[in-house]
Design a protein. Structure first.
Length: 121
């Protein structure tokens, strides 16, 4: 399930991700991001991933395609989770993201406020 966080505002978008994300949820999330991009040149995204957060194959492919075609419109991505595998993935991915001008950082769940502050800073 994808739930937009009430703390989202303007170009700063936050989402809570739980369970397996299917294609329908992925389309809604992408539509929300594209609506923000109609109003703003770039967006910053905060993702709160619960323990069971994962993407179905079709949703994952759709997500990758969207990111690859919109890299220049993403400024910062904060991933908030206590899952160690995500921390490791973000540390690796952030190096590639940096090459295309995206700042990406991992935060533990108890640091959601610092994550928002970094995203907006």
């Amino acid at each position: 399930m994808v739930k937009k966080l009430s703390t989202s505002e303007g170009r700063y978008l936050g989402y809570e991700i739980s369970g397996t994300i299917g294609s329908d949820q992925e389309r809604l999330w992408i539509a929300d991001l594209e609506a923000a991009l109609e109003l703003h040149k770039k967006v910053c995204v905060l993702l709160v991933l619960d323990v069971g957060a994962k993407w179905g194959v079709h949703a994952g492919v759709s997500d990758i395609k969207w990111v690859l075609s919109h890299m220049s419109k993403l400024e910062k991505i904060a991933v908030v989770t206590d899952e160690k595998v995500w921390k490791w993935l973000i540390s690796v991915d952030s190096q590639f993201a940096k090459l295309v001008g995206i700042q990406e950082r991992h935060f533990p769940v108890e640091q959601i406020e610092p994550a928002w502050a970094w995203l907006k800073g």
